[in-house]
Design a protein around this ligand. Structure first.
Ligand code: FES
Length: 135
């Protein structure tokens, strides 16, 4: 949906929602907080401030219903979803997506993705090996 004539100017250029939902250990779907999302969200907020991204709002969010793929991040108004597991992933999202308007295909969640393995399967071998080391 696009803006209508007469709508006020948006407060922010982008909103970044970072799931910080936590489920009990052993829950079948897992949860983003158990994969480190709270610290990653805190890091993203601090780095966004350092980069002067005052027109971007980094928000904690409840469950975004992509639990098996998380830690989950979604950026609006673009509606682009990312799996964000490391500080390097945060830096790449900030620098490439939010500063340069690019997309980070290796981190993107696609509608057909059911598990983290589906995302990993799209990655080049060198990137997949590095990601496995982060786990
Ligand atoms: S727990 Fe993060 S998307 Fe559901």
């Amino acid at each position: 949906m696009s803006a209508l004539p007469g709508d006020p100017r948006p407060f922010y250029r982008c909103h970044v929602f970072c799931c910080t939902n936590e489920r009990p250990a052993g829950h079948g779907r897992g949860s983003c907080a158990r994969r480190g999302s709270v610290k990653l969200r805190d890091y993203m907020k601090a780095r966004a401030k350092e980069l002067g991204l005052s027109d971007v709002r980094i928000n904690a969010a409840g469950c975004l219903d992509r639990c098996e793929l998380g830690p989950s991040v979604v950026i609006y108004p673009e509606g682009i979803w990312y799996q964000c597991r490391t500080r390097d992933d945060v830096d790449e999202i900030l620098l490439r997506h939010l500063c340069r308007g690019e997309r980070i295909e290796r981190l993107m969640m696609m509608p057909q993705d059911q598990t983290a393995d589906d995302i990993a399967a799209r990655q080049p071998a060198s990137t997949a090996a590095a990601a496995a080391d982060d786990r």
